[in-house]
Design a protein around this ligand. Structure first.
Ligand code: FAD
Length: 531
């Protein structure tokens, strides 16, 4: 095991476990290390509260590593007339883009128009809607919506299908690296004093006289049990909030309507250039994106109601056919099944209206909901990645109003840079991955062994060491799925790199990571389309 130089917000496991064991009582215990829980931990810590956050698997292992990677106001919510939701998300878009410019940046989107209908009606309809989007953004706007003619469209999106193309509307939104943003949130919360730990699950909730008073944890590595006590317990477990509520006082909890979305990843030459493509109305009335991301292109997504929730959601053949079918209509060179480098899915935690059964989830609100139960447990779910910070601020305000916490400071997260944030980005998120994703921490990489030794797709030996020393990576999967995104970008390459990564992780941990065979099976899954 090697020595580690101190770095703001490094996530040291043994020290975190020790603080969990020794702290008599926290102000806030957050359960769940996705965007929502990490946002709540950071909000609470920066308001002067003593916070612990526990994640049963890895940070962002759930839905928060499986987004379409858009930091967006939600063009489709505009179409639904949900102005409040759009305005809030546009404010949050600005905040994330300026607080983490190494991880979240503006991206131009092109909405193509075809044929006679496109010449007049579609351009007018989408152009007007997107001008309204600019207006709602106000000073948080990124750049003006414009009409492009046919030549301008082909110039911006060289991969677009030109048959009957008449022009397009170009607007701006943001894109980000979701999992690395989650890690940055964890580290930023730790730098403000929070105890933030992964691979440590809540197994049971603790109660005194019917009021929730903490949770029993199990360290996934050693099996050690630790009881943690807190004045306020926040259930931020995404699509799993009902599991936790059932451990509390609601044996029949059904707050969430799970909706699966999958993505297919193909090579960049299917969509060269640095613009994303938005298909505004797919065959079944949704929108679909082709987004340049980290040197590849993401195609997605779907909206499939599910009644079971898996930690590794299973893509369905119909979802694959739908995405490839839509891509065929809009891309000049149509990708086929053999072109897919990685396939993965995530499950949206949509909040179920009181009398809804399992059904069409595309019309369920994407807004978040906060519930304070009779036991005092606070559950937050719904929303989207883009609005994680606003959700977190709402949660702490709600806990304050319920008398569960007394924040000592006002909220400051709207303008709080995340760890590593440089003054200005040096590369685009759509560029192939590399040291630019580490922002100002890139200089620490230079001082680690193996900084000049690239393993593949921008991942160096030093990055693997950095992941273990500072970013709480404990397994091959933690490194190749969420510190580097290679599993999501090219599953065959992730498989090929796994042995090498495992041996560097073993050197850093002082023992084998233990998940090598499991990771290889997972990589196989990410490279295999459903039959
Ligand atoms: C296909 C798809 C595309 C999307 N695209 C976008 C997009 O482009 N932009 C956008 O803004 N939003 C997008 N979203 C929405 C966004 O990803 C989610 O709203 C967000 O990630 C939810 O975060 P969360 O923290 O609530 O849930 P999660 O990320 O699932 O986190 C919950 C965590 O709780 C943990 N947990 C569960 N039980 C326990 C326990 N007992 N003890 C400890 N931990 C536990 C889980 O392991 C998990 O890590 C998309 C969602 C999907 C599915």
């Amino acid at each position: 095991m090697s020595t580690t130089v101190p770095l703001a917000g490094s996530l040291a496991r043994e020290a975190s476990l020790q603080r969990l064991r020794e702290t008599a009582r926290f102000d806030v215990l957050v359960i769940g290390g996705g965007a929502t829980g990490l946002g709540v931990a950071l909000e609470a810590a920066t308001r002067g509260l003593a916070v612990a956050l526990v994640e049963r698997d890895d940070f962002a292992k759930g839905t928060s590593s499986r987004a379409t990677k858009l930091v967006h106001g939600g063009v489709r919510y505009l179409a639904q007339g949900n102005i409040h939701l759009v305005r809030e998300a546009l404010r949050e878009r600005r905040a994330l883009l300026s607080n983490a410019p190494h991880l979240a940046q503006p991206l131009p989107f092109v909405v193509p128009a075809f044929g006679l209908r496109g010449r007049v009606w579609d351009r007018l309809f989408y152009g007007t809607g997107l001008k309204l989007y600019d207006l709602l953004a106000g000073s948080a706007g990124l750049a003006d919506t414009e009409f492009l003619d046919r030549a301008g469209t082909v110039d911006a999106v060289p991969g677009v299908c030109v048959d009957e193309l008449v022009g397009s509307v170009r607007y701006w939104d943001g894109q980000f690296d979701d999992a690395r943003t989650a890690i940055a949130l964890a580290r930023t919360a730790a730098s403000h004093g929070a105890v933030v730990i992964n691979h440590c699950a809540v197994r049971a909730l603790l109660h005194v006289d019917g009021r929730i008073s903490g949770a029993s944890l199990a360290d996934a590595e050693t099996g050690e049990g630790i009881d943690v006590h807190a004045d306020c317990v926040v259930n931020a477990t995404g699509v799993w909030v009902d599991e936790l509520r059932r451990l509390d006082v609601h044996p029949e909890s059904h707050m969430v309507s799970p909706s699966q979305g999958i993505h297919l990843v193909v090579d960049r030459d299917f969509l060269p250039g640095d613009h994303a493509l938005l298909v505004p109305k797919t065959a079944d009335g949704r929108v679909m994106f082709a987004v340049p991301w980290m040197g590849k292109v993401l195609l997605g997504t779907t909206d499939t109601p599910r009644d079971t929730i898996e930690s590794e959601p299973t893509p369905l053949i119909d979802e694959v056919d739908f995405i490839l079918g839509e891509a065929r209509k809009y891309l000049a060179r149509a990708p086929s099944a053999g072109d897919v480098r990685s396939i993965w899915g995530g499950v949206r935690p949509l909040v179920r209206p009181p009398d809804a059964g399992v059904g069409d989830t595309k019309d369920i609100s994407r807004e978040h909901v906060i519930v304070v139960d009779e036991s005092g447990m606070v559950t937050v779910t719904g929303g989207k990645w883009t609005t994680y910070r606003a959700m977190a601020e709402d949660v702490i305000d709600r806990c304050d109003r319920a008398g569960l916490v007394t924040p000592r400071l006002p909220s400051c997260t709207l303008d709080l840079p995340l760890v590593g944030a440089p003054a200005k980005a040096t590369h685009k998120i759509s560029d192939p991955p590399g040291a630019h994703l580490y922002g100002t921490d890139a200089q620490v990489l230079d001082g680690l062994p193996g900084s000049a030794r690239e393993l593949g797709m921008g991942l160096s030996e030093a990055m693997v060491r950095f992941a273990v020393r500072y970013e709480a990576a404990r397994t091959v999967e933690d490194v190749l799925a969420r510190r580097a995104r290679i599993l999501f970008l090219d599953a065959a390459l992730a498989d090929a790199l796994a042995d090498e990564v495992a041996s560097i992780v073993a050197e850093e941990l002082g023992h084998e990571p233990g998940d090598l065979a499991r990771f290889k099976a997972l990589a196989q899954r990410y490279r295999t389309l459903p039959a």
